[in-house]
Design a protein around this ligand. Structure first.
Ligand code: SAH
Length: 466
């Protein structure tokens, strides 16, 4: 009989009883030198040991099947023999041979590594090997792209060897393109063996670990539900949305809806779609500009905004700096203010409804939104701050007039202009673009509106927090 036996990750107490029994009673034990070394304490003195080299697997399997006709033969694989191991090959070779064959499962690297990290694959997950010795790289790349777009944990086997290093770099590139760069990633080297190393990091920081990643390393890339809880990597299954951990009771509303998790999944899926769209856009945008542009596409569910967005004079860097420095944001209407992230809203001012604004509007014959901008100027709030016009072309006109008058103290650090409408919106936005060296983000033409303005500012807030 031939037994194809998975010996687990290394430590003998993680080997299955059945595996141990087969090894103890074997006449012949075959495997590569590393696995034989790991199980040497279990090998009976009477057994013949046949050590195979990497690359001679087919030969070894054939020999095992042949000997299996009249002896008890054990063919060992690391982890589980059916996961990138010898089981499949043995079955193929044994077909029609008459040799009795059994497969004995073992603890695979994914579960051994996961347990050392915490519980990173406690929800749906996928396993992929980066080894292109048997599978063409193009095929692996296609799988990686598909998986990166899905919101599930991905376990990576065979990440890097002495001669195969670019595969890991390419994998990193693919995940950075489609996943949140802050995604939690676990790295386990020599799980349950001598020299065991465990690291929990974030996707964007993976390159810092390249040097230590080798053929005895398993990488687990988390998903949106994965967290680092006090040094343990955990992918939440959704219990937290359904149960109160203190009382153990379920929250009836949440059980019915399951909405927190579902909401996260929709959000992550949409973000992946947008990242895909933006990455394929041929225009030349910087990485941070892509983030802002992606947020506008996301807010409107409309990729055509990529053709309309203009970034002049490094406005994203300027915007991030302004937010880091806590600069005031002036908006043309209350709705734009209301949409800005709570994290920054107390720094946002809108004067459209101020009593003084009414006065200015009447006296100067201005619209209320334009008068609101004028009042901001009188309060000294335009200079060095951020002006966001999401709705009213007349507010654009006012900011242009103020800047063009060239008064000291009326130069904003950044203008975001996305007013919407068939009357004057496109013209006023062109005027802002032609206004010299003020950093600005503009959506050309009649389209735009509050959602776009809010999307731009909220992405700047997010970027400034990274
Ligand atoms: N049949 C094995 C996998 C063989 S592929 C199993 O089920 O585990 C070889 C890959 O498995 C390695 O490149 C590495 O990614 C992973 N691996 C094997 N042993 C490991 C260990 N002790 N610690 C971490 N990863 C390991």
């Amino acid at each position: 009989m031939l037994s194809v036996v998975g010996i687990g990750p290394g430590s003998l107490d993680l080997m299955a009883e059945r595996a141990r029994a087969r090894i103890s009673s074997a006449d012949v034990i075959m495997g590569n030198v590393r696995y034989i070394e790991l199980i040497k304490d279990v090998i009976p003195a009477s057994a013949e040991v046949v050590i195979g080299r990497m690359g001679t697997e087919v030969e070894r399997a054939k020999k095992a099947v042949e000997l299996g006709q009249y002896k008890d033969v054990v063919l060992v694989s690391g982890g589980d023999a059916g996961i990138y191991g010898m089981a499949g090959l043995a079955i193929e070779v044994a077909a029609d041979s008459g040799t009795k064959l059994e497969i004995v499962p073992g603890i695979t690297s994914a579960s051994a590594s996961a347990a050392l990290l915490g519980a990173p694959i406690s929800n749906d997950f996928a396993v992929v090997s980066l080894s292109d010795l048997l599978v063409p790289w193009r095929e692996i790349e296609r799988k990686l792209e598909g998986l990166a777009k899905m919101d599930i944990a991905v376990v990576v086997y065979n990440p890097k060897s002495k001669n195969r290093t670019v595969q890991l770099e390419k994998t990193y590139g693919i995940f950075m393109q489609f996943r949140d760069r802050k995604t939690i990633v676990g790295i386990v080297r020599n799980a349950e063996r001598e020299g065991c190393e465990i690291e929990i990091t974030r996707l964007e920081d993976l390159p810092a670990f390249y040097r230590r990643i080798d053929m005895s390393t398993t990488i687990i890339i988390g998903c949106s539900g994965t967290q680092n809880l006090g040094g343990r990597m955990v992918t939440r299954r959704g219990y937290e949305t359904k149960y109160d951990y203190e009382t153990g009771n379920g929250n009836a509303d949440d059980i019915a809806a399951g909405y927190v998790d579902a909401g996260n999944r929709v959000w992550e899926k949409s973000k992946a779609i947008v990242r895909d769209i933006v990455s394929k856009y041929p225009g030349s945008l910087s990485d941070t500009e892509k983030r802002v542009a992606g947020r506008v596409v996301f807010a409107n569910a409309d990729p055509s905004f990529l053709d309309l967005l203009v970034f002049n004079h490094h406005p994203v860097e300027t915007g991030i700096q302004c937010i880091k420095e806590g600069k005031t944001i002036i908006t043309d209407i209350e709705m734009v203010k209301a949409g800005i992230s709570k994290k920054y809203r107390k720094k946002v001012e809108c004067f459209v409804n101020a009593p003084k604004t009414m006065e200015i509007a009447k006296r100067e014959g201005l619209t209320r939104t334009a008068a609101g901008i004028r009042l901001a100027k009188e309060k000294g709030l335009i200079q060095g701050n951020v002006v966001v016009i999401g709705n009213a072309p007349s507010a654009c006109q006012e900011i242009c007039a103020l800047v063009e008058e060239g008064d000291v103290g009326v130069k904003p650090a950044l203008i975001v202009a996305t007013p919407v409408g068939f009357v004057n919106a496109a013209e006023m936005k062109e005027k802002i673009l032609s206004m010299g060296n003020i950093p600005c983000i503009v959506i050309r033409g009649p389209r735009g509106g509050t959602p776009s303005a809010v999307a731009i500012i909220n992405e700047l807030v997010e970027l400034s927090n990274e």
